[in-house]
Design a protein around this ligand. Structure first.
Ligand SMILES: [Zn+2]
Length: 187
């Protein structure tokens, strides 16, 4: 499968989800088929937000999408390792950074203007404030900018991913999910 086919599958799955016409899932059969190995067709970085569930949003089954979820859909060294695994070892032709409307991590960063001292949450704010600060802590603009910042960070800090992209083996895309309509808009 190439990146265009992969993107088409994501779009079709999202369309089914928006309309509430998801495919039926045969969990037991599928589970058994997957014992031999996984061949996901997309790697997705999504928020941990419990309302933003990639398998639902893209009407995907087990074994179809390789997902990294962190609050604010940001990446650090460990999660970048997971991204590299999905793209370089499992050979997914597409990598999607999926931000979403009403993101609590971005909202919190905007509210505190990037000044957070709470436990390890401050590390999330430190990441998100790069984007939010550039947009004067306006939440909607910051959500979109945060996706762009994460994409830039991946290219900057992962030579493996940027090499795959330069060689035409990987397409990196940003997207935003809308809570009420269920729509994913690719940016
Ligand atoms: Zn979020």
């Amino acid at each position: 499968m190439d990146a265009n086919e992969s993107l088409a599958r994501l779009r079709e799955g999202n369309s089914r989800f928006m309309q509430g016409k998801m495919k039926g899932k045969e969990a037991v059969k599928r589970r058994k088929e997957l014992v031999a190995g996984q061949h996901p067709f997309a790697t997705i970085i999504s928020c941990s937000d419990s309302r933003v569930v990639p398998e639902y949003i893209f009407d995907a089954d087990m074994g179809e999408i390789f997902i990294i979820r962190t609050a604010g859909n940001i990446v650090g060294r460990v999660s970048l390792g997971s991204v590299e695994y999905g793209c370089a070892h499992l050979h997914t032709p597409i990598l999607v950074v999926l931000g979403h409307e009403g993101c609590g991590a971005v909202k919190a960063t905007c509210e505190c203007k990037g000044e957070c001292k709470e436990g390890n949450i401050k590390h999330i704010v430190d990441e998100v404030k790069v984007a939010a600060g550039a947009k004067n802590y306006e939440i909607n603009a910051s959500i979109v900018e945060n996706v762009a910042c994460v994409m830039r960070k991946i290219r900057r800090e992962s030579p493996i991913i940027s090499r795959l992209e330069k060689d035409g083996k990987l397409k990196i895309m940003g997207a935003q999910y809308f809570l009420e309509s269920g729509q994913v808009k690719f940016l």
